[in-house]
Each structure stands twice: as structure tokens, then as C-alpha cells.
Design a protein around this ligand. Sequence first.
Ligand code: SF4
Length: 309
Amino acid sequence: MLQGLYNNCHLCPRSCGANRNAGEKGFCGMTDRFVAARAALHMWEEPCISGRNGSGTVFFSGCTLGCVYCQNRNIALGLAGKEIPKERLVEIFFELADQGANNINLVTADHFIPGVAEAIKEAKKEGFSLPFLLNTGSYIHADTLKLLDGLVDIYLPDLKYIDPKTAGSFSHAPDYPEIAKAAIDEMVRQLRSRCGGQRIETVFNGQGIMQRGIIIRHLLLPGRVLEAKLIVKYLFEKYGDEVYLSLMNQYTPPADPAERIPKLARKVTEAEYRSLIGYAAELGVKNGFMQEGETADESFIPEFDGEGV
Ligand code: SF4
């Protein structure tokens, strides 16, 4: 039983050693019980994920990171959410499918991976056929991700930083770059092995909705264009057009000025974003997504009001 992995938890680099099965909480703030804050159709992922119908998104509470600019603070800190058993999570998958979801999108489920793996297996046993997607900040051990080998069809990881200093100041995780790179490498390995081993063959259905593949995201932060370019360079040189890159400009400073970090107190400028997109194009990135128009708006952050949970 994978549940035993919560006894002395080392699923992520925080390595708390918490006995989550006994109700202890580590850095992520969660015991072994799933806590989810919303399960609904989500329209604001990349077009090949959301499509017209929406992505069946389950937002889990708690987080292994702790970014000072967190866009989902209420759930990351575990302030919002409802505890649910595995059976209810499986039911939610089916309910989202009944609503017309294109896929099941597991957001910030990293600290629940053993339970999530069991829930996916259970759903598949009951005949569930939509693709499963892991939407992750990538601060998770590659070995933990191995539990999802063959279960997750689409990976949506972030690569937030490549400089340990930035990772330390903004997410209290100076080892983030090495951990996230190894995590992404494991995701690529899994998807390659499902395609015969050499290369990921990204699969779309007749409506252009991704069925298998990886989209690596980077949220551009104000004043961090140089680091963003180094991230794009790293990913393109390592994986070429085998992966999709999604370069995002939707960073939103907290509404309350008291919560703002001085270096991150503004939105990304048009010039900063254009510079990053231009650089990616010059490098030769073709499999990419960019954002258009005014996306840095709190209305793109859903209400974590327990809908669908
Ligand atoms: S998953 Fe949570 S309890 Fe486990 S090591 Fe990471 S932060 Fe600690």
C-alpha cells in the first residue's frame, strides 16, 4: 500500500519525516487525508488543455513550496479546502467527466501523490478513460513521481527558477533548480517510455485537445527576464521540440499593499514579456504558448469556495 509512504514523509525535498498517517503535518501543512478547495471546469489553461469544454480541475490544498508571491495563497496555506476520502476523489473524477471535462487536472497534488496514484488506479479500474494531468510546481522528488508512471498522461510542470539565489529568496528553496530539473527529466522519461523510449510523440485528439505530452510553464516575474531567458535556453537545448513551453505573463501582485514584496510589487511590463517571447522565437522554439492581452488580473484566479468538492 502506497499509504505507508506517509508514515515518515520524505516525498519532497523538505524531508520533514512527519508521520502523516498519524495526523502530523509537515511543511506542506497536510496529513494523509486529501484536502481540496475546488473541483470544477477550468477555462484558463492552455487552449489544448481547456478547449471549449474546460479542464476538469481539482485544486488541492497545501503546498511543498511557499512562494512569497503565491497566486493561490488561501489553498497553499491550507486555509481553504475540505477533507475528502479517496472514494470521494474518484467520484469527483466521474462527476467532472459527466460535466464534459476534457481531462482531469490535478493541481498542486504533489504532497498527495501516493493517494492520487491509488485514486487514479481505482478510477481506471472502474472504466475511467479521460487523460490525467499533473499540474505541479515541480518541487518534488523524481522518485516520488515514479509512483505516477503510466498513470499520468499529461504533465504540466513549472520551471520557476534556474538560479538557486532567486529560488531561495522567493520560494525558500535554494535547491529548487536541481530538484525541478530532475523532476521534469523524470516526467519526460515516463512519457518517452510510453512512446517506445526515444522521443515523446505528443498526441492530440480531433478537437486539438492534448491526450499525451508535456507543457513546461514559466511564469515571468517582474525584473526577472534574464533568468526567464536562461530557463527557456536550458529547456530548448535539452528537449528541443519534444516538449511544449508555455511562457506566462499573468503574475499578479497581492491586492493588499501590506502583502507585497518590494521587488515583486508590480505586474510584468509589455516590454519585458515581448523581450522573452522574442528571445524564444530567435532560439527556434516553435512548440510554445504565449499569453495575449490583459491576463494579469485577479479574475483569472478562481474562487476557492469548495465548489464541486
Ligand atoms: S510532502 Fe509535506 S510532509 Fe512530506 S516531506 Fe514534503 S513538505 Fe514534508
